[in-house]
Design a protein around this ligand. Structure first.
Ligand code: AMP
Length: 192
């Protein structure tokens, strides 16, 4: 199985690039933000729990996210592999992911990290806000909080994979197609 963590701050282009990667590599897309938004749309207990954290731009508690991801992995054990998008967002989640994959004889093949300067992230999120309908895209305070949460709690996850020799950084500024080409060659080198 090819199991990729697509990493990067909010607005880095993870969702856009994931859509292209899952198509070309036939992977299952596990995007925790999308899964939470689906739960919110369906008004499930999980959705109600996640909503207040998400609307403020804070992280949903680890145990909630980890349980949801574990269910998705269980449901798709016959897949070619997974692309994790927006997960893991804490070192604790990364450790839990390694353990759950290990239980199925699986492992993360590599992390691909999209690097985008902070000013550009803010411009992109504000542009996305026009059509996303996402409360957390709407104002400067929420956007700034999400970037701070990323810097404080999520960026150490890169070191977690770097220490395992599984880290590749990609310049996330440029055309969607040229960034995709770079991601694709990083992923292809993990397949062999
Ligand atoms: P995203 O769509 O990836 O930008 O995620 C939107 C929001 O969902 C985040 O700001 C968090 O509130 C929540 N969320 C998504 N993934 C996670 C995660 N792995 N851990 C904690 N919270 C998450």
């Amino acid at each position: 199985m090819l199991n990729i963590v697509l990493f990067g701050p909010p607005g880095a282009g993870k969702g856009t690039q994931s859509a292209k990667i899952i198509e070309s590599h036939s992977l299952i897309h596990i995007a925790t933000g999308d899964l939470f938004r689906k739960h919110i749309g369906e008004n499930t207990e999980l959705g109600k729990l996640a909503k207040s954290f998400m609307d403020a731009g804070n992280l949903v508690p680890d145990e909630v996210v980890i349980g949801m991801v574990e269910d998705k992995i269980q449901e798709n054990l016959d897949a070619n592999g997974f692309i994790f998008d927006g997960f893991p967002r804490t070192v604790n989640q990364a450790e839990a992911l390694d353990k759950m994959l290990e239980r199925h004889g699986l492992a993360i093949s590599g992390m691909v990290a999209l690097e985008v300067p902070e000013d550009e992230l803010k411009v992109r999120i504000k542009e996305r806000a026009k059509t996303s309908g996402r409360i957390d895209d709407q104002d400067d305070e929420k956007i700034n909080n999400r970037i701070q949460v990323y810097n404080r709690e999520t960026s150490p996850v890169a070191d977690y994979y770097r220490n395992q020799g599984k880290f590749t950084a990609i310049n996330g500024v440029g055309s969607i197609e040229s960034i995709y080409e770079e991601i694709n060659s990083a992923i292809t080198s993990l397949e062999v």
